[in-house]
Design a protein around this ligand. Structure first.
Ligand code: GLA
Length: 510
């Protein structure tokens, strides 16, 4: 009895202290399980430390560790802020939470497009609030010395096709990809030049005992899927990250670059989008070129022609080294959204000055098309398509082409506009004038013609003029309207009344 008494007392005191702590303090590691729109389970961890009425720590979403920049506690309620950086964009996210013993009810901001905030209950799994990164114990990758990866000879004109992300997001599977391939053929998109059917994030499963990455249950047999797509005369694309995890927190290619490239070659993959994502947690920004080069080399060694698409949001002046790592295209900005503001900001503001870096085999990528996704008017989608064509941008439709309207199909399949994008000379167009909200963009074409877009970014109709002197032309030149499919006649300079957010896209004969 005598021996037991002190131990009993200490144990009781510890238990009492824990209950007190649990009831009165936010300090600890808290885990909430969240179900994604995909049906997957995902964890968010809150590493919290309370000191008086201040709260510090971090939030771990998948692999994204975000430090709390400000946190305040009032009674059993807390509010904290994290700043999330994505490419050049920055977003402040505010969390509100209420403490009830060992349960923390956290009001999470909405994830993904149009997702509403929701409450989740987090459990305290430790009374230690110190942040621990999930990559803390990963083996370090070697950073190869820089060299030039030879041109793979692909993408002599900007790649055309379709990608799952903009419309389907995480809800993409084998059946849908097959139906999209069918629709590419049936809708006439294939005949118009759209060739690549690209699966974006969320196809990945686990690695097997040999390290070979397997697809998840949504994609039972990638080789069979590639065969199906190939039988339609189309090509299949896939997605990965140089980081340990993809943006959507699926398995990435970190330290498995060579084996993954071989796996994709065996399946019959024709296109890889390689997205920086969690690589930001394991590499320095200045490692980026070497890291992308490693996959460029791996694809080459895998021995199958695979278009190599770099996705790192335009960081580290990618346009200056994209081709040297074997890249056929590189994103120039953060993600596009299906609205005028996002599309016009990316298309008009963020491509300025990049034209000298584009050419056959290597293209600036202002991101995938939103045409037909419903967030813009038909006039705005025509502006989107016209601008991307003038920019010699990759044309990757991002809509549900199984159910698209005739109007969407006409915008995507306008052969005369596609011909501007796909022009053999491979020049990226540029802005030649701007007056208020009126911008004139022009692209020199093979043989000496010009494509000219008269764009109205404003809210009321405006008359816009293109002067031949800006195109190094003179005299009367024939003008054809590429949306009306009409020869307009011959003009000395050309003006058109352009509707708000609209475009007049013309081809001017040399
Ligand atoms: C990033 C890319 C997007 C898409 C998602 C998938 O945000 O920029 O285009 O691939 O990841 O998670």
């Amino acid at each position: 009895m005598k021996m037991l008494k002190p131990a009993f007392t200490a144990g009781a005191a510890a238990a009492f202290a824990f209950v007190l702590l649990a009831q009165s303090s936010f300090t600890g590691r808290w885990v909430a399980e969240i179900t994604t729109p995909n049906g997957d389970k995902r964890e968010t961890t809150f590493f919290l430390t309370q000191s008086g009425d201040r709260l510090s720590g971090a939030v771990l979403n998948g692999w994204r560790m975000q430090n709390i920049s400000e946190g305040k506690i009032t009674g059993d309620e807390a509010v904290w802020t994290v700043v999330v950086r994505f490419g050049q964009q920055e977003r402040r996210i505010e969390y509100h939470a209420r403490l009830r013993g060992d349960q923390l009810t956290v009001s999470l901001p909405g994830f993904g497009r149009a997702a509403a905030p929701r409450d989740v209950v987090a459990r305290r799994i430790s009374t230690d609030g110190a942040p621990i990164h999930p990559f803390a114990n990963l083996p370090k990758a070697t950073i190869p010395a820089l060299h030039d990866v030879p041109d793979n000879g692909l993408a002599r004109t900007p790649p055309m096709g379709w990608n799952s992300w903009n419309h389907f997001n995480r809800r993409i599977d084998d059946k849908t990809v097959r139906e999209i391939a069918d629709a590419m053929v049936a809708s006439g998109m294939k005949d118009a030049g759209y060739l690549y059917v690209n699966i974006d994030d969320t196809w990945q499963g686990e690695r097997d005992s040999k390290g070979v990455l397997q697809p998840n249950k949504k994609f039972p047999d990638m080789k069979a899927l590639a065969d199906y797509v190939h039988r339609k005369g189309l090509k299949l694309g896939i997605y990965s990250s140089p980081g340990p995890r993809t943006c959507a927190n699926y398995e990435g290619s970190y330290n498995h670059e060579e084996i993954d490239a071989r796996t994709w070659a065996t399946w019959g993959i024709d296109y890889l989008k390689y997205d920086w994502c969690s690589a930001s947690e394991v590499y320095k920004p200045s490692d980026m070129q070497a890291v992308y080069q490693r996959m460029g080399d791996a694809l080459r060694a895998a021995g199958r022609p695979i278009v190599y698409s770099l996705c790192q949001y335009g960081l580290e002046h990618v346009e200056t080294w994209g081709p040297r790592v074997g890249g056929n295209l590189w994103r120039t900005t953060g993600d596009i959204s299906d609205n005028w503001r996002s599309m016009s900001d990316i298309g008009f503001n963020r491509q300025l000055g990049l034209e000298k870096y584009a050419g056959p085999g290597h293209w600036n990528d202002p991101d995938m098309l939103e045409v037909g996704n419903g967030g813009m008017s038909a006039a705005e989608y025509r502006t989107h398509m016209s601008l991307w064509a003038i920019l010699a941008a990759p044309l990757l439709a991002g809509n549900d082409i199984r159910t698209m309207t005739a109007e969407t199909r006409e915008i995507l399949c306008n052969r005369e506009v596609i011909a501007i994008d796909q022009d053999k000379a491979g020049h990226q167009g540029y802005r030649i004038s701007k007056e208020g909200e009126a911008e004139v963009w022009a692209k020199p074409l093979a043989g000496g013609d010009w494509a000219v877009g008269l764009f109205n970014r404003g809210e009321s109709p405006v008359r816009i003029t293109v002067r031949w002197s800006d195109l190094k032309l003179s005299g009367r030149r024939k003008v054809r309207d590429l949306w009306a499919h009409e020869d307009m006649g011959a003009f000395e300079n050309f003006s058109a009344e352009v509707q708000p957010h609209g475009v007049t896209l013309v081809r001017v004969a040399r």
